[in-house]
Design a protein. Structure first.
Length: 103
């Protein structure tokens, strides 16, 4: 099960994830990012992946949907600190072409 915490600063919101990021996390993730997308002050959404130990294709789909919705709202999505297997999955899926990925 995924756990998340949200931090906001002036123009950036950060969603830090921990645990298994899979299909079961879609509702919790959507509940986290919908208010951020609606906040006109927020220009960038960072997704902290440092504590995620598993990610599957449905989670990749959730991130793609977030990216699409963010672009509609003139916001940018940045993936941060993907470690180990999660980083490898993002690389194989060519997410570096779709997202800014920060160490």
């Amino acid at each position: 099960m995924i756990q998340l915490t949200i931090h906001k600063s002036s123009e950036t919101a950060r969603i830090d994830l921990a645990g298994r990021f899979d299909f079961n996390g879609r509702k919790l993730m959507r509940e986290a990012y919908d208010p951020i997308l609606a906040d006109s002050k927020i220009k960038s959404i960072e997704i902290g992946l440092e504590k995620v130990d598993y990610i599957d294709s449905s989670a990749l789909g959730i991130l793609l949907l977030l990216r699409e919705r963010a672009e509609e709202n003139q916001k940018k999505v940045v993936l941060c600190r993907a470690q180990g297997t999660v980083g490898k999955v993002l690389a194989v899926a060519n997410f570096n072409r779709l997202f800014e990925i920060r160490e």
